[in-house]
Structure formats: C-alpha cells, structure tokens
Ligand binder design. Structure first.
Ligand SMILES: Cc1cc2nc3c(=O)[nH]c(=O)nc-3n(C[C@H](O)[C@H](O)[C@H](O)COP(=O)(O)OP(=O)(O)OC[C@H]3O[C@@H](n4cnc5c(N)ncnc54)[C@H](O)[C@@H]3O)c2cc1C
Length: 491
C-alpha cells in the first residue's frame, strides 16, 4: 500500500520559495528556520504516522482515482459507521499533538470535503465553478495536501462593511478579472498553519453587505503563489529554551500569520465563487462544509480536554492535595466537563443524518458544542490554575540550572512532592505551565475562544439551527389544555 505523501515529501514540498516573513526578515526555508522547524516536523510526523504499516488501514483510505492511500480527513462518509471510522483516525492524529495543533491537515480537508459533498449547490450556481470545486477536491485529496484557510477579514472598523473601510482593499478582494482569472489584492486576518501548509483556501465566512461583492470570492492557491506574503506572528517555538522547559511550545506552535495578497493571480480553475455574496455564505451553510470542519475541531478538542484533565489530576497528586474533598470536587467538575465534550461529539454522530449519498453529523449539536466549549475552555484552564497555586512558577529558570552542582543541590532540596522526584516535579510543572499559562497557552485560550467565530456568532448558529417549533408546541399544547379567560366586553 502506497501513501500519497510521506513526512519527508511534505517537508520537501515546503521548500517552494514561499514568502514567509518573521522578525523583519524573509525566511529562506521554513523546515530549518528556528522559529518553525520543530512544529513543521510535528506536522510531517502526522504523515509518517498514518503511513506506518500497523496503522495505514485505520488512518487512511485508498483514493478512488489514484488508488494511493490518503488521510481519512478526505473521506466522504456514506454511513454512521464510516463517520465513526473516519473520526477514530482524526482522534489518533490529534493524539500525536495532544490536541494542540488546531489546524492540522484534517481541518481544512474536512471543509473542502464538505463542500464537495454539496457539489449540486455549486452546479446550480455556475457549472464552471462547480467543476473547479470538483477538480480541486480530487487534486487536494489525491496529493494528501496540507491546506490552511483564511476566511475572516482583518479587524479595522467592525461597524463598517468590508467595502466601506478607509481602504476598500484592506480585506482581500477582486481588483481585476480577465480571461485567465482573478487578481486579488488585500489582506486576510489570520492563517493558522499557513507557513507549513501547501495551499490556502481563501474566502469570507462573515456576513457580507451589498457593495462587498469584490470580497465575495472563494478560491484556493499554493502558498508560494506570486505576490502572496505571509507575515508571521511572534514564534513561541523560537523562544522555547528547550524541550524540557517548554515541552508543548517547542514542538506544537502551529503558527498564525496575516496573509497579504499583493495582486495575486488566481486562475479560473481555482475559483469556486466569483463575487456572489449569497454563494459565498451558502458554500459553508448550504453544504456540509461548516459542519464537517467544526466537527473535526470538536474531535481535536476532546483530545486536548482529556490531556488537560490529566494535567489537573497530576497537579493534585504532585502537591498531595488529591485527598481533599474540595479538590476532588474540582476534579469531578473537570471530569464532567470532559464528559460534556465527549457526549456532544458522540451525540453529533448518533443524531447525524443521511444527506443524499453522505452521512452528516447533527448541525445543532455541533453548534451547541461550539458555543459551550468556547466558554468551557477558559473555565477549565482557570480551574486547573486554581489547583496549581504557585507551583507552576516555583520552578528553576531553565534546564541549565541543573548543570550547576550548587543550584542542582538546592533544587533537589526544595522541589518536593509525594509522587515525584525533585527533577520530575520540575519537569511536570514546566509542562503544566506550558499548557496553562505560557504565551503559547495564552494563545491557545484565545484560539479556543475565537477559532469558530466570536461567541455572538456561534450562539447565532445555535439559535438558528434549534428546533424551536417542538419546544413552542409543548407550551402551546399545555396552554391549550385549559381555558383562557374571555376578554372584557367593550362598551
Ligand atoms: C489563535 C487564532 C487563530 C486563528 N486562525 C484562523 C485561521 O486559521 N483562519 C481564519 O480564517 N481565521 C482565523 N482566526 C480568526 C478567527 O476566525 C476570528 O478571530 C473570529 O472569527 C472572530 O473574529 P474577530 O477576531 O475579527 O473578532 P470580532 O468579530 O472583531 O469580534 C471581537 C469582539 O467584538 C465584539 N463584536 C464584534 N462584532 C460584533 C457584532 N456584530 N455584534 C456584537 N459584538 C460584536 C464582540 O465582543 C466580539 O467578541 C484565528 C483567530 C485566533 C485568535
């Protein structure tokens, strides 16, 4: 069985002349740059993991076109059983990074696969654009590409529409259109994993207003497209002094970057929607795309929640507080919250529906999960920090302190725990801080609160997709079972 992409091939594919910038300089090679190399290697590891002979069946499926094995993120489940089979593969991938790589390749693969499942919507809109979606899904799947997406316009003045900003091309939009395709100018807010992805899917999920037609596009281009500039945020990996000191940020800092389109040419065969406000929105909500992409997020989040529960329990053991009823109460609450995420994920699957040839997770339970988990994550982090006290701060400055015999002796005397050696205690609390309080952890808090949209957006989806009629019928039926006093007679 041959896989479409190995880790080595993925690394090789990133040496493509892309324009990535950090700390005022252009990055020659993201696979070797100190700001990115370990995270890029973690992404490559995903491809190697799925190719392991013992795992290849569970983690991949054979492309119906090429016959080569590709990630199950591209799979189009036809039944509940296939959905669960696909989820197990996604869960195993998330286990490799403990849920800390939000935009692993299965995320946007899930979105594009969902768009493909709703191809008839594109056919009703424009047959050529539908052909572009059709061909792109197959191309990306058969090469097992790592895709990122940028679907949010940059913050500036949120009270004004995209076209009404001081610069009408602040948000990426069409500046020109010719026989070859579109020319795009402007920015998109953030592309997570962009530095290590092969291609980027560009569109807008925010509601657009009349006049925003130029921003109402949808297309995919390679990350090395001419004119595409990738402006990285600060790298936490670069500032991680060692694996011991920052076990998570040193390996799983997936990166976020502003993408600027400096008159980038997009050929027609890569354009999925051209200047249609209605279709730009429908591509997500009129197809299973939005459900599939965010269902993947909940699978990943569940893995991360289990990991955080493990951190919480270990803190309680490390400090000898595990026997206190109040501490058990906190741990019980965390356990219940992990159970909530677990239950919602299984619920989405169990309540899924057959949509034509495909099986799609339940939309309302997905939006319930999104809305509740973006509130839950900060709560769980705060609860674990409450258990930790100052232990996450009472740690040596870096692993280098162990090299000094005098300091090592003091560390040995002062880092005490009923379950850990002094050295293990330091190791564990360094990990706990990287998960709970480091700059990397803080970015994760912001990620979990916002990756699916601000809370008014996710609650809006929960409101829109809920079965209000059944609930109101119950109220009406009870009220209908007893008389209403007559209104007073008017004179
Ligand atoms: C770590 C991280 C990674 C990300 N990665 C990606 C990525 O890979 N791809 C991508 O496309 N995007 C990405 N994003 C962007 C993400 O999708 C957005 O942050 C999210 O959609 C919210 O949009 P915003 O940040 O512009 O917030 P805003 O929409 O500006 O909202 C911020 C706050 O302003 C208030 N507000 C704004 N508008 C309204 C309104 N109409 N009514 C009431 N209140 C309002 C609310 O209090 C809201 O919480 C990422 C974000 C983060 C933090």
């Amino acid at each position: 069985m041959q896989v479409a992409r190995s880790g080595r091939e993925h690394l090789e594919s990133l040496r493509d002349g892309r324009d990535v910038f950090i700390n005022g300089a252009r990055v020659a090679d993201v696979t070797s740059h100190k700001a990115f190399r370990n995270s890029v290697a973690s992404a490559a590891r995903l491809y190697d993991f799925q190719a392991e002979p013992a795992r290849i069946e569970a983690m991949t499926f054979a492309s119906p076109e090429s016959g080569r094995r590709v990630s199950r993120g591209w799979q189009l489940p036809a039944s509940y059983d296939e959905l669960v089979e696909r989820r197990r593969a996604l869960e195993a991938w998330a286990g490799l990074h403990f849920g800390f790589m939000g935009r692993s390749p299965d995320h946007v693969a899930s979105c594009i696969s969902g768009m493909y499942m709703g191809l008839e919507l594109f056919e009703a809109y424009d047959r050529k654009r539908a052909a572009a979606v059709h061909d792109y899904y197959r191309f990306a799947r058969d090469n097992d590409l790592f895709l990122t997406y940028v679907i949010i316009n940059p913050q500036a003045d949120r009270s004004k529409a995209a076209h009404a900003q001081a610069d009408p091309f602040l948000a990426a939009g069409v500046v020109d259109e010719d026989a070859a395709g579109l020319t795009i100018r402007g920015a998109k807010m953030l592309g997570t994993s962009g530095i290590m992805a092969n291609e980027v899917f560009v569109t807008c999920i925010q509601p657009l207003s009349p006049g925003d037609e130029k921003q109402a596009v949808s297309f995919a281009i390679p990350m090395n497209a001419k004119g595409l500039r990738v402006l990285s945020r600060k790298s936490y990996e670069e500032h991680a002094t060692s694996r011991f000191d920052n076990p998570l940020s040193s390996q799983f800092d997936e990166n976020d970057a502003v993408l600027y389109f400096d008159d980038v040419k997009v050929p027609w065969e890569r354009v999925f929607v051209n200047q249609s406000i209605e279709m730009t929105l429908k591509q997500f909500h009129g197809t299973p795309a939005h459900v599939y992409q965010n269902y993947q997020c909940q699978i990943r989040l569940l893995v991360k929640m289990r990991f955080l529960a493990g951190i919480a329990h270990t803190i309680a053991e490390a400090n000898g507080i595990i026997g206190f009823p109040q501490v058990r109460d906190t741990l019980g609450q965390i356990a219940a919250e992990v159970g909530l995420v677990d239950g919602l994920m299984h619920g989405m699957e169990a309540k899924g529906r057959q949509a034509g040839a495909y099986f799609v997770p339940d939309r309302h339970l997905l939006y319930s999960a999104q809305s509740l988990t973006q509130q839950l994550y900060p709560k769980v982090i705060t609860a674990i920090r409450d258990l930790a006290g100052g232990g996450v701060i009472m740690v040596p400055s870096s692993i280098a302190d162990f090299d000094d015999p005098g300091l090592a002796a003091i560390i040995d005397k002062t880092q005490k725990s009923p379950v850990f050696s002094p050295q293990e205690r330091v190791k564990f609390f360094k990990l706990a801080w990287d998960a709970l309080g480091s700059e990397f952890a803080s970015r994760h808090l912001q990620y979990e609160m916002f990756y699916a949209g601000a809370s008014f957006v996710t609650r809006g989806h929960a409101y829109r997709t809920f079965d209000w009629a059944t609930c109101k019928d119950m109220v009406d039926s009870l009220m209908g079972s007893y008389p209403t006093p007559a209104a007073p007679k008017t004179k």
